[in-house]
Design a protein around this ligand. Structure first.
Ligand code: SF4
Length: 491
């Protein structure tokens, strides 16, 4: 087996069964791949090495990124809370429209996008930046099982919360190993149509629904989201079927999110989901009694806000990835009528003290929101041996403050965080860095829960366009020296 760089140092994998003739069976996802020696499973991040099942992506991650919990279609747990998003490589599905295909489909992964972390480092990053929630997300955390369970357990010992954002094509025995360490499950149910699952995701629906019921029955916080793919699933039938599942098999109070699609991967000849179809789907779900139904990847739309189910007052306002509690008290009741919201809140956390002016010599870079680009990943590297402070602020909204928010960087630290448009009038974001040894790169985010791998090119900034990701699906890139890929053998 020739290994691409990110695949070096395989680790023993859990949920393995040894069969005869050196063949192993993996029980992590419902595929139950039977893998011959020297071959890979369907996800291409688990393999048979000398008759043993190994995981190839232990600790191999895209850059850890600070975002907010709204990124993960979680609206009823600590609104506005910062999270540390951890994504990895590979997936047990292969959806034609995947928004994260450059990392979910292992053969397209570039070594330059892959970072190595230990469980201790992940927890330390979160701690040192005051982040209380770790989110296992992006491609799909199912195929990162060993690293997720180990790190989540460590994070729990430090009093942190773990969030699992997944398509949840996972085996019941793997779920049992997640339950002791995961607090929040944000589950993407792609459709309620078995044929849709087979054709577009290459998986099947039954384990997804059974797994969702399993974690809900275990008392976990669950939210359900559905990507409404234009002309395929963006209709009232989808809304009715999802609502029936949630209302009858979970509970009508479980939040449901209908998420706007953008063309990507094998479906670049499509178009964004029309807003009126999303609104119609939401109205259908509300009519069927689902209490909290939201739209995702939409702006300037009341369907992102929370109102009281009892008296109707506004309780949480959301704009993009930002949220503000305006009608919920500290014990999660309505400030007007006292009805329980069903939300889970965390105690208030200290926030950094802002400053009105920058230290001497700092250089300021502007980024202006444009088209559908309303959020940005900002990646910083402190190349020096001294601690540094980077500052950021928003500009353009006269009603907003002009103070700078500091971000400390330890010597040698690389840190990535998301900045998202917070008000309709805001023009953009400014980042101020000391020229002494701090490097900064920007990565446009096109819709939430997406890890951008392409750096904004000089000169491409601030054009007033609505860019669609134009990542052509080309031959597997340099990092992917896979040999003789074994087709999965479902049991
Ligand atoms: S696709 Fe699923 S069953 Fe197959 S190797 Fe990957 S995790 Fe295991």
């Amino acid at each position: 087996m020739i290994l691409a760089q990110w695949q070096e140092n395989p680790r023993p994998a859990k949920l393995s069964e040894e069969l005869e003739n050196g063949i192993v069976r993996c029980h992590l996802s419902p595929r139950n791949c039977k893998i011959r020696p020297g071959k890979y499973g369907f996800c291409m991040v688990r393999a048979n090495q000398n008759g043993k099942l190994v995981t190839l992506n232990y600790g191999r991650s895209v850059h850890a990124t600070e975002e907010t919990i709204e990124t993960e279609a979680v609206f009823h747990y600590a609104p506005g809370e910062p999270i540390l998003s951890m994504g990895n490589i590979g997936c047990m599905l292969n959806c034609d429209y995947c928004h994260n295909w450059k990392t979910s489909q292992a053969r397209f992964v570039a070594d330059g996008d892959v970072w190595n972390y230990t469980p201790e480092q992940v927890v330390e990053i979160a701690k040192s930046h005051g982040i209380r929630v770790i989110s296992w997300t992006y491609n799909d955390p199912v195929v990162w099982h060993e690293f997720v369970t180990e790190t989540a357990a460590l994070a729990r010992q430090e009093g942190m919360i773990n969030l699992f954002k997944s398509a949840f094509f996972i085996s019941p025995e793997a779920i049992e190993e997640l339950l002791p360490v995961i607090d929040i499950f944000s589950i993407s149910v792609k459709s309620m149509d078995p044929k849709y699952y087979r054709r577009l995701t290459k998986g099947w629906i039954e384990p997804v629904l059974e797994g969702t019921k399993q974690v809900y029955a275990a008392g976990k916080h669950v939210e359900v989201s559905t990507l409404m793919v234009t002309d395929l699933s963006d209709n009232d039938d989808t809304a009715r079927a999802i609502s029936t599942f949630v209302g009858e098999q979970l509970d009508a109070t479980v939040p449901v999110h209908f998420v706007r699609f953008h063309p990507d991967y094998k479906m670049t000849d499509s178009r964004r989901t029309p807003i009126d179809r999303l609104e119609s789907a939401r109205a259908t779900a509300l009519d069927m009694g689902i209490r909290n139904v939201y739209l995702g990847n939409v702006y300037d739309n009341d369907a992102t806000n929370t109102t009281c189910w009892n008296c109707g007052i506004l309780q949480v306002t959301r704009y993009g990835l930002n949220a503000r509690l305006v009608g919920v008290n500290s014990t999660a009741e309505c400030t007007s009528c006292g009805a329980p919201t069903g939300m889970k809140l965390l105690p208030p956390a200290p926030r950094p003290t802002t400053v009105d002016s920058l230290p001497d010599q700092y250089q300021v870079a502007d980024f202006t929101w444009h088209g559908d680009i309303r959020s940005l990943h900002i990646q910083l590297l402190n190349e020096g041996t001294e601690s540094q402070v980077v500052y950021q602020r928003r500009f353009g909204d006269p009603a907003a403050g002009t103070a700078w928010t500091p971000l400390p960087l330890a010597p040698g630290e690389s840190y990535r965080f998301a900045a998202a448009k917070a008000t309709p009038d805001e023009h953009g974001v400014q980042v101020a860095i000391s020229p002494e040894g701090v490097k900064c790169s920007l990565h446009e985010v096109f819709d939430r829960a997406h890890f951008p791998t392409v750096e904004v090119a000089t000169g491409a900034l601030n054009e007033d366009v609505t860019p669609f990701p134009s990542y052509a699906v080309t031959a597997p890139n340099r990092g992917a020296t896979f040999l003789d890929i074994t087709e999965a053998s479902p049991s």
